[in-house]
Design a protein around this ligand. Structure first.
Ligand SMILES: Cc1cc2nc3c(=O)[nH]c(=O)nc-3n(C[C@H](O)[C@H](O)[C@H](O)COP(=O)(O)O)c2cc1C
Length: 326
């Protein structure tokens, strides 16, 4: 059976991407590590591990713990710093054939702005993602929990460089829509949501926390409903495009996020246990979009019908599992 042609391209403010399947920061290394599994050039975008102004050793071990349907991490932004990134990783990343979105975290406003200036104009970078949402470092996360600070740092980043700016939001707030509104007011091209949910794990026999940093970020399928809710709330609150992240592992997950209001998505934890997931999903995407009677990814975005839930034709219990077909 031949499928009708489906246009997978998406637009997020000034950023045009060939398709909506991106890979999330901290879960795909610097892409080199994944090239044996994934045809990198096919991806909608690659976001390498967040870089900081100076090298960081990260947090004390343990740094990762498996949980029910997910994992906790407290890596602590372990990276070699922006200059090592520019010298050693950017030349490779700039040539992989997929749009490169560089994730940065400043310790304070001035550091964010200085990093934007440093990266502006360097070849191979399609956009910057401001990591204002890492739960594992002190300092930078403040920008993601306070609307005024979020607005200030996004506006500063926009002034400091000509690249499209994405603000990555934390779910660890009472009202994520208010942070998204602040990012929009400052001119963000897109917001991405969510970073990890703050959590912890305990060995009760030793009366010790399992993570060296005591608390860490929960990710994976366990957080998908939280992420979906966040994307839905943000998409209703702002016109700025949303990139959905959180527990996405299958084509059904991707379609749920698009329908709920995401213009693109990022795959995170799934890359660890199913490193080929991005390509599998990409191969399935045209048929899933066509299934909705659409000819493009953009047509599907934000088409959730909240007036008619669950759909009348679904037998009881089927409406939540994507098993319900008319
Ligand atoms: C081990 C690990 C490291 C991460 N490092 C970063 C990072 O450096 N920068 C960042 O913005 N997000 C980082 N994240 C968060 C992911 O990019 C993503 O937002 C989060 O895990 C939720 O998506 P998921 O449930 O699909 O993993 C990390 C996540 C994990 C599991």
């Amino acid at each position: 059976m031949t499928l009708p042609a489906v246009d997978l391209s998406v637009r997020l403010g000034r950023l045009a991407l060939p398709n909506p399947i991106l890979v999330a920061s901290g879960t795909f290394g610097y892409a080199r590590e994944m090239k044996g599994f994934v045809d990198l050039a096919r991806l909608g975008g690659v976001i390498p591990k967040t870089i900081t102004a100076r090298p960081r050793g990260g947090n004390a071990p343990w740094r990762t713990i498996e949980t029910a349907a997910g994992m906790l991490n407290s890596i602590g932004l372990d990276n070699d710093g922006i200059e090592a990134f520019v010298a050693h990783h950017l030349p490779y990343l700039g040539g992989i054939g997929a749009p490169l979105i560089v994730s940065i975290a400043g310790h304070d406003y001035d550091e964010f702005v200085a990093m934007c200036r440093r990266l502006d104009g360097l070849p191979g970078i399609a956009a910057l993602e401001l990591n204002i949402s890492c739960p594992n470092v002190s300092g930078g996360v403040d920008f993601g929990v306070d609307p005024a600070m979020c607005e200030k740092v996004v506006a500063g980043a926009r002034r400091a460089c000509s690249l499209p700016i994405i603000a990555k939001l934390t779910p660890n707030v009472a009202d994520i829509a208010s942070i998204a509104r602040a990012a929009e007011a400052a001119g963000a091209d897109a917001v991405s949501a969510i970073n990890t949910c703050l959590g912890m794990a305990v060995n009760w026999r030793k009366r010790r926390p399992l993570l060296g940093n005591i608390m860490g970020g929960l990710s994976g399928p366990a957080i998908k409903p939280i992420a979906l809710r966040a994307v839905y709330q943000i998409a209703r609150a702002v016109r700025t495009p949303v990139i959905g992240i959180g527990g996405i592992a299958t084509i059904d997950d991707v379609m749920e996020f698009l329908v709920a209001g995401a213009t693109a998505i990022q795959l995170g934890t799934v890359n660890f246990y199913q490193p080929t997931a991005s390509i599998t999903i990409l191969d399935q995407l045209p048929a899933a979009i066509a299934d909705l009677g659409a000819r493009s990814a953009m047509e599907v975005v934000g088409t959730l019908d909240t007036k008619n839930t669950p759909p009348a034709h679904c037998p009881a219990g089927a409406a939540t599992a994507n098993t319900c077909k008319p």
